[in-house]
Design a protein around this ligand. Structure first.
Ligand code: ZN
Length: 85
């Protein structure tokens, strides 16, 4: 962490990430990113798949467009099986 670039927000509050900075971080056009609210400001990072139910980032997969961890998927399967079996 050393590179600090000064940018202004657009009218739509957007910001363009400088090409060299984005390339250094492996962020390319169309890549999903996370905007994380921090005490100091907003952290922009590559998207980290996160379970929509518990917030875990371990063993997360996408099912029907929603990210879910293996633990929650197992719990959901057990709950569904108990209700509909
Ligand atoms: Zn989960």
């Amino acid at each position: 962490m050393a590179l600090i670039k000064y940018k202004k927000l657009s009218k739509a509050r957007g910001v363009t990430v400088p090409k060299d900075l984005a390339a250094n971080l492996g962020m390319f056009a169309g890549a999903a990113v996370d905007l994380v609210e921090m005490k100091e400001g907003i952290l922009l990072r590559k998207h980290v798949p996160t379970c929509v139910f518990c917030g875990s980032v371990e063993s997360v997969d996408t099912v029907k467009g929603k990210e879910i961890c293996a633990k929650c998927a197992c719990e959901m399967r057990e709950e569904i099986n108990s209700k509909y079996a």
